[in-house]
Design a protein around this ligand. Sequence first.
Ligand SMILES: Cc1cc2nc3c(=O)[nH]c(=O)nc-3n(C[C@H](O)[C@H](O)[C@H](O)COP(=O)(O)OP(=O)(O)OC[C@H]3O[C@@H](n4cnc5c(N)ncnc54)[C@H](O)[C@@H]3O)c2cc1C
Length: 285
Amino acid sequence: MTKRRFIKAGSLEEAVTLLGTHKDDCALVAGGTDLMVEIHKGSVTARNLIDISRLEELIFIREEKETISIGSATTHMECMEHDIIKQYAPVLSEACSRVGSPQIRNRGTLGGNIISAAACADTVPALIVLNAKCLLKSAKGTRELKVSELITGPNETVRNSDEICTAIVFEKIPEGAGYEFIKLIRRNSVAKSRLTVAVIAQQDSDKRVTDIRISLGSTTPRPHRFTSAEELFHGNLPTEDLFREAGEKVSADMIAVTGNRWSTEYKKPVVEALTARALRAVLEV
Ligand SMILES: Cc1cc2nc3c(=O)[nH]c(=O)nc-3n(C[C@H](O)[C@H](O)[C@H](O)COP(=O)(O)OP(=O)(O)OC[C@H]3O[C@@H](n4cnc5c(N)ncnc54)[C@H](O)[C@@H]3O)c2cc1C
């Protein structure tokens, strides 16, 4: 059995130094809900576990003039319950409320959910429609990457081993914008998503669509917005035909990336139906 050291970082600076010192032989522990499973499976062999779960510098939700910043070690429960998130990013509040069980939401963090980069991570599609960025800090400095650039595939990111995700930042959703988050699961509790749909949209006083953002989880290896479906709506009045067409565009984009797989026969109609359902819920005809 591998002997491991559990090191409680006293500050963000110390965590950054420890990461730089132990390089590939260390792993950050936030909530530990993914990491402990990976250690148990033997897929994480790092001997130095650096605990960042109590670092106040990583636990916050802040409202700036136009943006919201969330510390990476903020839990799903804290995000879900916070008035600022409910007001300016309700799609994220809803996504966090659908993660696992109360126990998992109380331990699991937003940063951990992003960096684990599971295809079924519930917060990711919500963060994609928010155009969220992650701040990554190392001893060399700080860089900023969109979540859609950071995650490159299932359980893959371009985070360097000496970097800590410190915060997630996005612009506030304008007042009056609608949102929908759908999570398709096999059973009613503590279940991984089979599919998630996140949509944010805004219409003018004539009901023409002025802004629309669509993202689906568990559809493509790399999370992104389905822009060809979004383009159908720009400046137009929503109709049932457009909802159906948008669903077809999303499934066509998914198949263009993944090819026809064993699951496509099931996923294609489900993607089309759930996309149309989410659009119908958000847009006033
Ligand atoms: C029973 C169960 C049910 C679950 N259900 C769901 C679900 O319904 N939906 C869902 O989306 N997820 C679910 N999960 C997955 C999990 O809870 C989330 O992915 C969680 O958000 C991970 O956060 P964490 O703080 O626990 O991360 P950890 O396990 O501590 O870390 C995960 C990975 O990210 C790295 N990391 C963590 N924080 C940082 C950081 N700040 N900077 C750089 N790297 C970092 C760690 O080193 C590790 O590699 C479930 C897990 C379990 C065990």
